[in-house]
Design a protein around this ligand. Structure first.
Ligand code: SF4
Length: 215
């Protein structure tokens, strides 16, 4: 595979054909923040926190570094004032959905984001798609997917499949940047399991109305 040189933050970086800007930067020890990116998954470009300034063929553009291919002679800036402002607003928008997400709190500190800038809509999901894509691309189970469209779009476990596959897997849970996925799964399980069955599984006598939770 052919190699070429580009410049990232003033540093000459050797990249291979097919690499994205994020991958090229990583080989040179340059960190570009990401939330929806995962080395095992196809590039997705959902969260845009990896936005960088890239100049190639005389054009300067803002691009999502996790999907944009590195090119020979390209000049990339990953830490400008303009980028810091863009990332700050992106973090603030995501914090409307998941105000206490650990990864967002870290980014908020880094970019001076105000977690209360936008009205709260705590879905606890930033639609990074990591869980959906991991289950689909790596596990090939399709136990979780998107429902609805536009602003109502959300993630949902598919109860029939998740009931069979997830209990012994749980591999996507730690990928969730808001740490909310496990809770969503527990809720799906609870809604899919009749109260009497849940009580039996928990070894409860079933004489109260706790559904097994008091055991
Ligand atoms: S825990 Fe369930 S949804 Fe997550 S990767 Fe495993 S099978 Fe897929």
């Amino acid at each position: 595979m052919s190699e070429f040189v580009l410049q990232i933050d003033g540093k000459e970086v050797t990249a291979r054909e097919g690499m994205t800007i994020v991958e090229a930067a990583k080989t040179a020890g340059i960190r570009i923040p990401t939330l929806c990116h995962h080395d095992q998954l196809e590039p997705y470009g959902a969260c845009r926190i990896c936005t960088v300034e890239a100049e190639a063929n005389g054009r300067n553009q803002l691009v999502a570094a996790c999907v944009y291919p590195a090119e020979k002679g390209m000049v990339v800036q990953t830490k400008t004032e303009k980028l810091a402002k863009i990332r700050k607003v992106l973090v603030e928008q995501m914090m409307a959905h998941a105000p206490d997400a650990p990864q967002l709190l870290e980014l908020a500190e880094e970019y001076g984001a105000d977690r209360d800038r936008f009205d709260k809509d705590p879905s606890f999901c930033i639609l990074c798609g990591l869980c959906v894509r991991y289950c689909n691309e790596v596990k090939k189970k399709n136990a979780i997917g998107y429902i609805d469209r536009g602003p109502r779009r959300e993630i949902s476990f598919i109860p029939d499949v998740a009931g069979k596959e997830c209990w012994d897997c749980k591999e996507c849970f730690p990928l969730c940047p808001t740490s909310a996925l496990q809770a969503a799964y527990v809720l799906t399980e609870a809604l899919a399991t009749p109260p009497e069955e849940a009580a039996q599984e928990a070894g409860c006598a079933g004489s109260c109305s706790c559904s097994g939770s008091c055991g």
